[in-house]
Design a protein around this ligand. Structure first.
Ligand SMILES: Cc1cc2nc3c(=O)[nH]c(=O)nc-3n(C[C@H](O)[C@H](O)[C@H](O)COP(=O)(O)O)c2cc1C
Length: 245
């Protein structure tokens, strides 16, 4: 198949930085879109235990041991484990004037990706779809119930996902990044999400858990699952985490 005149190469070409082409400028630091999504209310709010920030297994062994895991035992994750995983991807780990910095890097420190968790089997956490409140290190319940089959079906029927303890979904708030980078932002949403997926896999490995990143999904179904419109906030990436079988 010759892609040369189709949308992929056109996008790549149109969003190139090049000498002689103007680099898009942020319209001014006075009015950036907020880096945190605020819900008026959650159905319930669950404070997460404080995450470990010092001790842990060595990085090299963790990298060497990472493998995609698609066979899960169904044993529930501990809430402390879920807390640790969320901290490892988006926990606030630093501050510079005007920015709270998070565990995984983000273009321009704009952090366009919101994290949602489909809690399938987590001790001390009701099954449901949650939003991660980064600042509060808490989970906000958006929909209660067992959504494990919906998550797997939304991911092209990858039924193995239903045995995971939790399915993480990232939705990118486009304006948060496009405000500064315009159409080039679409590159950065995905690059940022890749960092999140990599952090999550390594954190899972460090906890003795298994994980698998998933990009094969029906976009509109994943958007519906986590309650986003799929246009101003687009689903970009999914990762299932659980105890290996
Ligand atoms: C962007 C991306 C998308 C992926 N999507 C899927 C997927 O939809 N389903 C799946 O089973 N594995 C998926 N994977 C996992 C890859 O198949 C896996 O990383 C690859 O086979 C290498 O194996 P390893 O991760 O065990 O080293 C994805 C990985 C990446 C990085």
């Amino acid at each position: 198949m010759d892609l040369s005149t189709s949308i992929g190469p056109q996008f790549q070409e149109a969003t190139k930085y090049g000498r002689g082409r103007p680099v898009p400028q942020a319209p001014g630091w006075a009015s950036p879109p907020p880096p945190y999504k605020q819900y008026e209310s959650y159905l319930d709010r669950v404070e997460l235990p404080q995450a470990e920030t010092v001790a842990g297994p060595g990085l090299w062994a963790t990298i060497a041991g990472r493998r995609s895991q698609r066979r899960f035992s169904g044993r529930p994750l501990a809430l402390t484990e879920l807390s640790q995983l969320l901290w490892a991807i988006q926990g606030v780990t630093g501050e510079v004037p005007g920015f709270e910095l998070r565990a995984a890097a983000s273009a321009g420190a704009l952090y366009p990706n919101e994290t949602y968790v489909v809690a399938q089997a987590v001790d001390d956490l009701a099954q449901g779809v949650y939003h991660y409140d980064v600042r509060g290190h808490a989970l906000g319940l958006l929909a209660d119930g067992d959504y494990s089959a919906d998550a797997a079906q939304a991911c092209l029927g990858q039924t193995w996902m239903a045995n995971a303890g939790a399915v993480f979904v990232w939705g990118a708030v486009v304006a948060r990044c496009a405000w500064k980078y315009q159409n080039r932002a679409y590159r950065y949403l995905y690059l940022d999400a890749g960092h999140l997926g990599a952090h999550l896999q390594l954190a899972a490995q460090a906890l003795g858990l298994g994980s698998c990143n998933v990009a094969a999904f029906f976009d509109d179904e994943v958007a519906r699952l986590v309650g986003i419109d799929g246009r101003t906030e687009v689903p970009v990436y999914v990762t299932a985490v659980g105890h290996p079988d």
